[in-house]
Design a protein around this ligand. Sequence first.
Ligand SMILES: [Fe+2]
Ligand SMILES: [Fe+2]
Length: 166
Amino acid sequence: MAHIERVADVATRWAERLSLPVPERDRWLRAVWLHDALRDASPDHLRRLVPDQPGPVALLHGPAAAVRAGLAGESDPGVLAAIQHHSTGCAEWDAVGRMLYCADFLEPGRSFDREERAAMLERFPKDPEGVLREVAIRRMTRLIRQGWPLNEAGRRFWNTVAWTSQ
Ligand SMILES: [Fe+2]
Ligand SMILES: [Fe+2]
């Protein structure tokens, strides 16, 4: 999927700018490559993987992909949390989850707000918390506009981001 390749390009560029150690860069890229593995899966397939997950089917591909990644041997809790919550946010994320949430939204293939998103993409390595907050405002606004409820993880995520920026 071209989207995943573009997110991987963004993550690689940020990792280089930050001079990340190779093992940490590899964690980032594992989360990137796995996060949308089930984006095109059928609702039935998704619900079989996460039978207890409430909410709209469009928000199931992250939790389902995390289950599948775990079954395939991924055991890093930060990588799994990044995949699981990439659509909705998570207060307990480490750097992998925060990076993926931002790179997923800022990758240059999306057609809206191109200049504004390109500027945030450039700024991320210098100001990851500021960019995370800006991305969270935009992503959560979109979720709310879809009429979707905020789940507990998403609500706590927003409160954490909003609080730390004040
Ligand atoms: Fe996704
Ligand atoms: Fe994605």
